[in-house]
Structures are given as structure tokens and as C-alpha cells.
Design a protein. Structure first.
Length: 225
């Protein structure tokens, strides 16, 4: 997973949060930034034309593109990735005839510089996403350590959020803050921590999966499918 940003002359909020593009072979998701940065004057930057920013995550780098037929990691130029992502976004957002993205509205774009294209080998991501493997939770560190003044706050820290996400990093930061408060003796209320409220239907499915696992049986979906 890595990102590209599109700078738009006219802002396109799209949704009040993340947008998932289900028909995108590259598993794109996006978020329109300006709606969350109220009072931040974009016209003071660049040539003053930018009115909105669309940030996009590219999550599948090995699937063929919807339009160029090539995996993102097989691109030979940064523009090739940009063109395919832009085409996939337009195909999804303009599908109903209500045009939300136009070529003429695109001022500029920026692909994460950690995406490198050493020719003739495949595209390299110098900032790979951490994916937690089964059983790795026990090996992950706590926010506090045996070093008295060393605290950890990142999405690899052991938290209720067993996934590399911003929520996990946020929880780790709150745990680190609480640890700092504890050792410093500062009389301040600790940060709140919450466990996930799993819907009943999912809890039942998890319980069934755990029972089958203990019986040496495969996941039910795998067994049926």
C-alpha cells in the first residue's frame, strides 16, 4: 500500500470520509482532504490554483490495471502509475453520468517518492506496509519498555487494534502517554482505552471458528468453498 495525491483546481469532496473503489483492480481507496482542513488556505501554496486535494491509496500492486493491463509494480514510468490510477478513479466516479473528475480540473499530482522504478527490475516500495501475521501479537512490544525513559508509539505496538492502522498507532500513543504519566508521577488523568465492540453475529462466527480450530478443522468458509 502506498499513495498518490491529485491536486484539483475545483474541490471534489466526494464523501464525508474514505471512498472504496470496489471495481478497481488496484484496490484504490481515497479521501478528499480539504473538508477536514477548515481554515487552511490552499491558495497560499504553489501557484494558487489548487482548490482541493484527493489522496489515494494503491493497495494491490500485483493485479493488472483496469485499463493498461499492467500491474503497478511493472510500471516503467511514474506517469504510468498516475495515468492508470486517474483512469480507475474516473471510471468509478463518473460511471453514473454525473461527472465528478475531469482531466481539465487536474492541476498536478504527486506519487510518494518511496515508490522507485529501477529499470529493468520491478517497481520498489521503500515504505512497505506492515501486515501482522497470525501469532505475531505475542511478539509485539508494549508501549512501555524496561528502559525507564523509552516508550513506543507506533502501529506495531501491542494494542487492542491487532492491525497496522492509524487507529492502532493512536491507541499506542495513548498507552505510551499513560506510561509516561505513571513513571513521571504527574497528576493528570490518563488517556482512555477501549476494547472493540464486536457485533453479536461476528462474535458467534468467531466462536464457531475457534471451536473448529481446536477440533483441527478448517475455517468453515474454506470447508464450503
Amino acid at each position: 500500500m502506498n499513495g498518490i495525491q491529485f491536486y484539483l483546481e475545483t474541490d471534489r469532496p466526494l464523501a464525508n470520509g474514505h471512498t472504496v473503489y470496489l471495481d478497481s483492480n488496484w484496490a484504490l481507496t481515497s479521501i478528499s482532504q480539504r473538508q477536514f482542513w477548515r481554515g487552511y488556505d490552499l491558495s497560499e501554496y504553489g501557484d494558487g490554483r489548487v482548490g482541493g486535494i484527493l489522496s489515494v491509496d494503491i493497495s494491490n500492486w500485483t493485479a493488472p490495471g483496469n485499463f493498461n493491463g499492467k500491474p503497478a509494480m511493472a510500471a516503467t514510468a511514474r506517469e504510468e502509475i498516475k495515468d492508470e490510477v486517474w483512469a480507475q478513479l474516473k471510471a468509478a466516479l463518473n460511471a453514473t453520468g454525473h461527472v465528478q473528475l475531469e482531466d481539465g480540473n487536474l492541476v498536478d499530482w504527486f506519487l510518494d517518492p518511496d515508490i522507485q522504478l529501477p529499470n529493468p527490475s520491478t517497481v520498489t516500495n521503500l515504505e512497505p506496509l506492515l501486515i501482522n501475521h497470525v501469532g505475531s501479537l505475542a511478539a509485539r512490544p508494549e508501549a512501555y519498555t524496561e528502559v525507564g525513559n523509552l516508550f513506543l508509539a507506533s502501529d506495531y505496538v501491542r494494542t487492542h487494534t491487532d492491525l497496522a492502522t492509524m487507529e492502532g498507532a493512536n491507541e499506542a500513543a495513548r498507552r505510551a502517554t499513560n506510561a509516561i504519566l505513571a513513571v513521571s508521577g504527574v497528576a493528570a488523568p490518563p488517556c482512555d482505552l477501549w476494547k472493540f465492540d464486536i457485533p453479536i453475529a461476528m462474535r458467534d462466527a468467531q466462536l464457531l471458528d475457534e471451536v473448529r480450530f481446536r477440533m483441527g478443522l478448517p475455517n468453515l468458509l474454506l470447508a464450503l468453498g
